[in-house]
Design a protein around this ligand. Structure first.
Ligand code: FAD
Ligand code: NAI
Length: 476
């Protein structure tokens, strides 16, 4: 007889595994279906984020930053080093060890919370009075389970271009780009989005000459354009070449390299030759081969599952979260939706304010924001006031040799409520958390300006930017 569960989660990425844990905490019987295998053929929990996304990319960003510091910036401190070398295999081994520690951590959490890990590919086969029927096809055969509630958390995969076949050696998506076995002399990147900038930065710091080709005429269109302009300036200084407004017509790869043919922003035909290419042009939801038709669920024209504000699909007891539904494709957004759905199933009334989900791009400097950009607010006709403060005037930033960038705060011109906070600086990923708390509590810029911040710390720039909204920054 098929095993029955209160909740079956399909997918154990940050959305799915967190949903499973929260549902188990709330006393439900929970199973989570996951099929991910690493290159060694081992089954792994954690999804894109832990295996080929957030965690390995941040490990490589840290290694490459240490290499760049040792190669170029330690001299500023009076420290001389010579003959700085990077052992790429060792760098990857460190990254793999971090990934392994994290994925093993989820296995531990599953055991601790008595969550059953069903190993294999999950697919709906129908519905009975007892619940939804799901087949799990694993190495040892197919098992059927019945779920009173199902959470679809199947995530996303890299979008590929029809004319650029990905082999993850010469032409790579995120998976290959996180595992290049040597530093390419010349690296091309298609797409100046988050992955292109982060992984482009990794290989540039390690010595590659990196050229990024972007279709859109503007840089980082989703970010506040004040930040985008500063980022473009910093990246150009670092030697990252970014060509905007291009139209790529052909990618031809051989065993040893790749040629990309494109029209530049003025329509002139160009060819870019490189040893390797990263294709980072966005991600598509994993909704194929899920058996959705067996339960009467369809996907929208972009392949996403439609849900309401509580991640409910049109079918009772079927929810979808994370990259497979609308909203930003971010791990913390998926996690929050996982908690929300588990609590909805438990009869609680949780809520997510999607305006308060922060964005971070882990380049150097980091770029982080929450709320709306100046351009969005002006387009909405909002009366706003802004305050900006540079890290150049902050003692801690000078001390750690990271004085580039600024904080920009935007508040309502009449009520002073914070509407957006935009940071480009070292550790912006940590600094933004204060702004998220402030916005969740509907704080005014004056609230941040009146709060005591530790000295000397980068966080003082948050306070100064808040004071600058009222034209009363103290150190400028
Ligand atoms: P996923 O993490 O994609 O997990 C889905 C899981 O479902 C997978 O393990 C898959 O194997 C499994 N699955 C799918 N179909 C089935 C099925 N039928 N049966 C069984 N299992 C199935 N986000 C951030 O917030 N910060 C970052 O720094 C960041 N860095 C990133 C770097 C890179 C290179 C990439 C590619 C992404 C990054 N992201 C980052 C995005 C983040 O990884 C995703 O938003 C997040 O993983 C989405 O979580 P999820 O649970 O929805 O899906
Ligand atoms: P993206 O959506 O961030 O950027 C893709 C870029 O490719 C866009 O600028 C787009 O205009 C461009 N593009 C699309 N088609 C093109 C073409 N034919 N030629 C040239 N340019 C083209 O997508 P990306 O970088 O692949 O990342 C996917 C998602 O993963 C991100 O949107 C983000 O949600 C998530 N992610 C988050 C990270 C973080 O939070 N730090 C890090 C990495 C990924």
């Amino acid at each position: 007889m098929a095993k029955e569960f209160d909740v079956v989660v399909i997918g154990a990425g940050p959305g799915g595994y967190i949903a499973a844990i929260r549902a188990a905490q709330l006393g439900k019987s929970v199973a989570c279906i996951e099929k991910w295998k690493n290159p060694a053929g081992e089954l792994k929990l954690g999804g894109t984020c832990l295996n080929v996304g957030c965690i390995p990319s941040k490990a490589l960003l840290a290694s490459s930053e240490a290499f760049e510091d040792a190669s170029h910036h330690l001299d500023d401190h009076g420290i001389s080093v010579s003959d700085v070398k990077i052992d790429i295999a060792k760098m990857h081994a460190r990254k793999d060890a971090i990934v392994n520690k994290m994925t093993k951590g989820i296995e531990f959490l599953f055991r601790k919370n008595k969550i059953t890990w069903l190993k294999g590919h999950g697919k709906f086969t129908g519905k009975t009075d007892a619940g939804y029927q799901i087949d799990v096809a694993g190495d040892g055969g197919t098992e059927s389970v019945i779920a009173r509630n199902v959470i679809i958390a199947t995530g996303s995969k890299a979008r590929h271009l029809p004319f650029a076949k990905v082999d993850n050696r010469i032409v790579a998506d995120n998976e290959g780009a996180l595992a290049f076995d040597s530093v390419p002399k010349k690296l091309a990147v298609i797409g100046a989005g988050v992955i292109g900038l982060e992984l482009g930065s990794v290989w540039r710091r390690l010595g590659a000459e990196v050229t990024v080709l972007e279709a859109l005429p503007s840089f980082l269109g989703a970010a506040d354009q004040g930040l985008a302009k500063e980022a473009a300036k910093q990246f150009a200084k670092q030697g990252l070449k970014i060509h905007l407004g291009v139209q790529i017509s052909e990618v031809s790869a051989t065993d040893s390299g790749v040629t990309i043919s494109y029209a530049d922003k003025d329509g002139h035909a160009q060819k870019l030759e490189a040893d390797r290419l990263i294709v980072s042009v966005g991600r598509v939801p994993n909704t194929d081969d899920l058996g959705l038709d067996a339960i009467g669920l369809t996907v929208n024209e972009r392949g996403f599952i439609d849900v309401d504000d509580h991640c409910r699909t049109k079918l009772p007891g079927v929810y979808a979260i994370g990259d497979v539904v609308r909203g930003p494709m971010l791990a913390h957004k998926a996690e929050d939706e996982g908690v929300l759905v588990a609590e909805v199933i438990d009869g609680q009334k949780p809520h997510i304010d999607y305006n308060c989900i922060p964005w971070v791009i882990y380049t150097e400097p980091e770029i982080a924001w929450v709320g709306k950009t100046e351009e969005q607010l002006k387009a909405e006709g909002r009366q706003i006031k802004t305050g900006q403060f540079p890290f150049m005037a902050n003692g801690r930033a000078l001390g750690i040799n990271r004085a580039d960038g600024f904080v920009k705060m935007i508040a309502d011109a009449n009520t002073d409520e914070l509407l957006g906070v935009h940071i480009i600086s070292a550790n912006a990923s940590d600094l933004i958390a204060e702004a998220v708390v402030a916005m969740e509590f509907k704080a005014a810029s004056e609230d941040i300006g009146r709060i005591c911040h530790p000295h000397p710390s980068l966080s003082e720039v948050m306070r100064e930017a808040a004071l600058a909204v009222d034209k009363r920054a103290l150190n400028m």
